[in-house]
Design a protein around this ligand. Structure first.
Ligand code: ADP
Ligand code: 5RP
Length: 551
């Protein structure tokens, strides 16, 4: 007799809310995507460094894409639903209605997005406390985490928002609440972004010290006092109202969610690598680094024991793979930086026209253009005199310095397509050098990493993947399913349904290797030299800042 896990026709729905779009997939027990849909979501930037979204818009987009992926199938075969999302802050009042997070009082915009840097003064004061919870975020709290944003709301929107607020959710937890009516939070969100400890719970002294004692007095009702591991089944499953919205049967299992990077990690890190000639074959999963590259890049490394790496978030217990500690390095803008460099260049209209004429994406066009102009040399050598420092939105890891800025050295008067293509290449390389810097910091802290597992929108770009291999000197594994973050979300749904005994079992069954890209070791000397320049750039930037600060 076939066991349940071998029966064909048990499906899971994964929903992934990224920065720029919402995606859904129908996934089977082998981790194969049977249907995919996506839908862009609105973003507002009412002033520089303020980034906002709407939870109602996002939920509506989740409903559209979910209905699309289940069209034409027997919905009774769907056994579980899992959500992941960016770690943005959703604010609702006591009746669960959206509250404005802006001076304009626009309640539709009730989300402070993860990349919002409005709370600079608040995070500086939080870091000055030197409270012990900061040890678990790499020693320095990021302005992108929730505590500084909450403090900003209290200090800046007291009457309009703070006094009326009944619920502050991380976006992944908002989605699982919307689906089930259960306000329990995922351990993943609370541990990674809210200073909750898997072992000790909330630390009252932290919230009191930073001026948010309100949460302690309220027994953490507004930010979560019931915490569940990712993949745990929530309440009675999908409510009739949410079932109607999503086009799914009421009562199906809904999982406690994950942050999007963590879902990507689950989607790729557990794959069976036998037969690919990889150093991580036969080694513990701790030798693998999942890199989730979308608007930002997140570098997820796990360990059996806690590892403290200055400037790298964590160690977080059981926040991604149960039973393992997680360290999370990151670059705040990567896809967004490439888009910014390309779209801001004078030759962009010409690029767009030429790519459209060939029915290609601008990136595919740029990659083939680089192949044309490189002549006999390796493509990466086109940037011998053009170097980029990629922290246009500050440095998340390992320098943990939000004041750092982007740098480009080697500019000429030319503004043609060749110039744009080479600037694009130098930007892609700079992002890969940033990954190398993060890996070196993680290894200095005690990690031992041999293989990268890439996913997210940028992993669709072969140049981005090859540069990561060449510059880190490590092979890059790409999954069979390009949309691996959605496989991660579906793994959550599969666990909640009870079809797998553990997250590890579901990971091993549902994530699969698609392709391995090896580094071109013959180019190593060149990249080592460019890396030396890369490190000089930040050293010089700090010197410039010191000169300008002096008398
Ligand atoms: N086919 C592609 N080729 C090259 N780059 C791509 C492709 N698709 C997406 N990207 C890049 O990936 C980024 C978005 O990745 P995605 O994972 O969709 O982001 P998010 O999850 O943050 O919404 C874009 O900024 C773009 O630079
Ligand atoms: O902070 C993060 C994870 O901890 C992510 O960077 C953030 O959620 C945005 O992700 P994406 O680049 O996929 O939109």
């Amino acid at each position: 007799m076939l066991g349940r896990d071998q029966e064909p026709g048990s499906y899971y729905v994964g929903v992934d809310v990224g920065t720029g779009s919402v995606r859904a997939a129908l996934v089977d027990q082998r981790g194969i995507l049977l249907a995919f849909a996506d839908q862009p979501i609105n973003q507002w930037e009412p002033q520089f460094n303020h980034h906002e979204q709407s939870s109602e818009d996002i939920w509506a987009a989740c409903c559209v894409v979910t209905k699309q992926v289940v069209q034409g199938i027997d919905v009774n075969q769907i056994r579980g639903l899992g959500f992941d999302a960016t770690c943005s802050l959703v604010v609702l009042d006591k009746q669960f209605r959206p509250l404005p997070v802006n001076h304009e009082g626009d309640a539709r915009r009730n989300i402070i997005m993860w990349l919002d840097h409005r709370a600079v003064s608040q995070v500086r004061r939080i870091n000055e406390t030197k409270h012990s919870v900061l040890q678990c975020v790499g020693g320095v709290m990021s302005v992108e985490m929730q505590a500084p944003k909450l403090l900003w709301l209290k200090e800046n929107l007291r009457e309009m928002c703070w006094d009326k607020a009944g619920h502050f959710f991380d976006l992944p937890d908002f989605l699982s609440w919307k689906a089930t009516g259960v306000t329990a939070r995922s351990l993943c969100s609370l541990v990674c972004k809210w200073t909750y400890s898997a072992e000790k719970g909330w630390d009252d002294s932290f919230w009191k010290m930073i001026g948010l004692e309100d949460f302690v007095a309220d027994n953490y009702n507004k930010i979560g006092n019931q915490v569940l591991p990712p993949g745990a089944s929530l309440g009675n499953g999908l409510t009739p109202e949410a079932a109607k919205d999503l086009g799914l049967p009421a009562g199906i299992a809904v999982a406690a969610s994950l942050i999007d990077a963590h879902a990507g990690g689950l989607g790729v890190i557990g794959a069976d690598v036998r037969g690919y000639g990889l150093a991580c074959e036969g080694q513990p999963m701790t030798s693998r680094l999942a890199v989730i590259c979308g608007t930002s890049s997140c570098h997820m490394g796990i360990s059996k024991d806690p590892i403290f790496v200055p400037g790298v978030w964590g160690p977080y217990f059981s926040a991604m793979v149960p039973g393992f500690w997680l360290n999370e390095g990151g670059q705040s803008v990567t896809g967004k930086l490439i888009d910014h460099m390309v779209q801001g260049h004078a030759a962009f209209p010409e690029l767009q026209a030429k790519a459209t004429a060939r029915c290609q994406s601008v990136y595919a066009y740029l990659n083939s253009h680089l192949d044309l102009i490189k002549k006999a040399q390796p493509v990466g050598f086109l940037t011998v005199d053009l170097h980029v420092w990629p922290d246009f939105h500050g440095n998340r890891s390992p320098l943990a310095d939000l004041t750092l800025k982007g740098m480009v050295t080697g500019l000429k008067l030319s503004q043609d397509l060749d110039d744009l293509a080479i600037l694009y290449l130098a930007t892609v390389q700079a992002i890969a050098f940033g990954t190398r810097l993060i890996i070196e910091a993680m290894e200095a802290g005690g990690h031992s990493i041999s293989t990268l597992f890439l996913c997210g929108g940028l992993s669709k770009n072969p140049l981005f993947v090859q540069m990561h291999a060449d510059i880190t000197g490590m092979p890059v594994v790409l999954s069979q399913e390009v949309e691996s973050v959605l496989v991660g979300a579906a793994i959550l749904g599969a666990c909640a349904s009870g079809d797998f005994a553990s997250v590890q079992e579901a990971m091993a069954r549902m994530s699969k290797v698609g392709k391995v890209v090896f580094p071109r070791l013959e180019d190593k000397r060149y990249y080592n030299k460019k890396y030396q320049v890369f490190l000089k750039l930040v050293e010089h930037q700090k010197e410039y800042a010191a000169i300008m600060k002096g008398d």
